[in-house]
Design a protein around this ligand. Structure first.
Ligand SMILES: *[C@@H]1O[C@H](CO)[C@@H](O)[C@H](O)[C@H]1NC(C)=O
Ligand SMILES: *[C@@H]1O[C@H](CO)[C@@H](O)[C@H](O)[C@H]1NC(C)=O
Ligand SMILES: *[C@@H]1O[C@H](CO)[C@@H](O)[C@H](O)[C@H]1NC(C)=O
Length: 352
């Protein structure tokens, strides 16, 4: 072989390597870049089947209303659903409690979920603005309650931050806490974080440090992704396992939740929930200093999806939060019939 042909082969190898690298980069870009959402009501997108309001930036927000007839309403509530969920997964309330306290409740698809348009500029603040605009469009008056469950609980802190003057009270139920809120002592977050399932630790780290990778991380098949998005039996407590069959009829709501795509809904939730917040809830002041309302935090000690310890710490820091820690209780307790009545009662009466 002459020296010239050796160079020739090296040159070809080099060219082929460059081409392969380019193909690899293009493929990984494709894998990292989320596909565009399938917007509800657009051609090829899912149909619009429920009422929607138009928001400040032209987005549509979908909602449903339940409760007593308008002339009997005494307490108005807006419900914020959790991760991978939708407006149909609000807490069931018994007819007795609804009638006794004159409860009306609106539940909406948070941006990107169900039939609400995705918001490319979503944030904790924009979510709070969506809630306030919904209240105004539905004529809920100057004061209303919010209930936030799980990831919706994290966003309920946003309501307390951005429009406390509009709130009659708030209930945060098994709320997600962000390990990177600066007021958490690092020994506590380290301890609690290390108890999370390893795949979830990675999903949270990716959401916090590399949100541009969240779509890929949670759709790739090489490593186990978040157990919250691809449920895994380890995250259900004994009580959750008992409750699951009762929720069977509502499971189809999962398909509703993700129908416009996983990125604008689930992944965006992860990125915002575990991202860098504009504020730390533990810095909030009591919005009801003259006791015309109350804030409740509920958490089960057996919650394996959202560990109780961070809620417990928050309750110690914020003396104005009424903390209800429930023994032998998992994450899903309020979704089963009858279990959530105490939450509604405490919220609208302001009592334990
Ligand atoms: C809101 O819905 C209308 C049709 O109902 C649609 O024309 C419009 O594009 C939607 N807005 C956004 C931001 O997708
Ligand atoms: C997102 O925010 C940017 C900057 O504020 C704005 O220019 C853009 O129009 C927004 N996009 C949408 C879809 O609202
Ligand atoms: C963290 O440290 C503080 C004091 O430095 C201590 O009181 C607390 O118990 C520790 N918490 C944990 C979870 O180790």
């Amino acid at each position: 072989m002459t020296i010239y042909s050796t160079f020739g082969i090296l040159g070809i190898i080099r060219k082929v390597s460059v081409i392969l690298l380019a193909i690899l980069l293009a493929l990984s870009y494709q894998a990292i870049k989320p596909p565009p959402p399938k917007i509800c009501g657009s051609s090829g997108g899912p149909p619009v089947t429920s009422s929607r309001i138009k928001l400040r930036d032209g987005r549509n927000l979908s909602y449903i209303e339940t409760g007593v007839p308008k002339d009997k309403v005494l307490h108005k509530i807006i419900f914020l659903h959790g991760l991978d969920s939708c407006k149909y997964n609000s807490f069931p309330i018994s007819q007795e409690v609804m009638d006794e306290f004159g409860i009306y409740m609106a539940s909406f698809d948070r941006a990107g979920y169900g039939e609400s348009d995705p918001d490319p500029n979503r944030s904790v603040k924009s979510n709070a603005q969506d809630v306030e605009e919904l209240a105004d469009e539905l004529d809920l008056g100057s004061k209303f309650f919010v209930i936030g469950y799980s990831m919706g609980g994290a966003f309920a802190w946003g309501c307390l931050k951005y429009f406390p003057h509009r709130l009659a009270g708030a209930a945060l139920v098994a709320p997600v806490s962000n390990y990177w809120w600066p007021n958490f002592p690092s020994n506590l977050t380290k301890d609690v974080f290390s108890q999370e399932i390893v795949r979830d630790q990675w999903a949270y780290r990716v959401a916090h440090y590399a949100p541009w990778l969240t779509y890929w991380w949670n759709t790739q098949k090489w490593f186990p992704s978040s157990s919250l998005l691809a449920p895994h039996s380890d995250i259900f407590s004994t009580q959750d396992r008992d409750i699951l069959p009762k929720l069977a009829g509502r499971i189809h709501n999962k398909e509703q939740a993700r129908q416009q795509g996983e990125f604008g809904s689930l992944h965006c939730d992860m990125n915002i929930g575990f991202g860098s917040w504009e504020f730390d809830p533990m810095d909030l002041q009591n919005p009801f200093s003259n006791s015309e309302g109350s804030v409740h935090l509920w958490h089960g000690t057996e919650d394996r999806m959202v560990p109780v310890y961070l809620s417990r710490y928050i309750s110690q820091k914020l003396a104005w939060v009424q903390y209800h820690e429930l023994q032998n209780t998992g994450h899903m307790f309020p979704l089963a019939d009858g279990w959530s009545d105490p939450i509604f009662k405490a919220l609208v009466t302001g009592n334990q």
